[in-house]
Design a protein around this ligand. Structure first.
Ligand SMILES: Nc1ncnc2c1ncn2[C@@H]1O[C@H](COP(=O)(O)OP(=O)(O)OP(=O)(O)O)[C@@H](O)[C@H]1O
Length: 245
């Protein structure tokens, strides 16, 4: 039987009168790659922030690796094995690529040599070794995106939350990033990714969850979700429905 790594039950948060995430129930198995899609403002990033402890839920629970982690501080959640990237990438601009990745590694070790070893391995995996001593502020957009993922990977997560890591990339760069994310997943890291680039999401994820106004309106295989009339109405649009006909 497959092991549930993350379980959200009735997860909800209100900002004043706005219910940004509304009774979200979701189970993710260890090893899965799951996409989280939906229109702007649907509550996707807020759901990430609830999982990692940036926000406290109004109602509901976050169970990770059989432990209730609801409301724990972000650094504690990170240490338990959930890494995340940010929609707007946040490198330490005046630090080098290697130093940036080492910051992630320091979550689990206080030894500089060990952090350097972890960071070097991840830097190579993310094809950043050629930029080792570059200041992060001098990287191109695709390199910054890879650095963002590398920083999160250096925390040695079991679950990696990716928030629009493909945004701003051209088609070739997207294809390269898709291959990288697939490799990360194949290496055993479970993935939950927010993405608007649908074809890429479908290439990576075996299951897709759709949010609209904070609520889950659909969940299933990429084919099931993209042919769901509610999803077409809320997010994909009529052009999508007519695209194959
Ligand atoms: N800290 C906050 N305080 C008040 N309202 C917030 C806060 N964070 C998010 N919201 C609101 O909650 C709703 C969900 O926002 P969220 O950023 O989660 O959407 P999203 O699905 O990630 O959108 P996008 O695809 O544009 O990134 C929006 O209406 C947003 O304005």
């Amino acid at each position: 039987m497959q092991k549930t790594l993350l379980e959200l039950s009735d997860l909800s948060i209100k900002f004043g009168g706005l219910t940004a995430v509304n009774r979200l129930n979701l189970k993710i198995n260890a090893g899965e790659a799951v996409g989280l899609i939906g229109p702007n403002g649907a509550g996707k990033t807020t759901a990430f922030n609830l999982i990692v402890g940036v926000h406290q839920p109004t109602v509901g629970k976050v169970i990770f690796d059989e432990e209730d982690i609801t409301g724990l501080a972000p650094h504690v959640v990170c240490r338990k094995g959930i890494g995340r990237t940010f929609q707007v990438v946040k490198p330490f601009g005046k630090m080098t690529v290697l130093q940036n990745i080492m910051v992630g590694a320091f979550v689990n070790t206080s030894k500089k040599s060990e952090a350097r070893l972890i960071a070097t391995e991840i830097m190579e995996k993310m094809s950043l070794q050629g930029k080792r001593d570059y200041l992060a502020q001098n990287l191109t957009i695709p390199e910054r995106k890879r650095l963002e993922m590398a920083k999160a990977l250096a925390t040695q997560p079991k679950l990696l939350l990716l928030d629009e890591v493909l945004a701003g990339l051209n088609q070739t760069e997207i294809e390269e990033a898709v291959q990288l994310i697939k490799t990360i997943n194949r290496d055993g890291i479970t993935i939950l990714m927010i993405e608007h680039v649908l074809q890429a999401t479908m290439a990576i994820c075996s299951r897709i969850v759709v949010l609209d106004y904070g609520k889950k309106i659909a969940e299933g295989s990429p084919q099931e979700v993209t042919s769901n009339s509610e999803v077409i109405k809320a997010y994909l649009g009529d052009e999508y429905e007519n695209a194959d006909s």
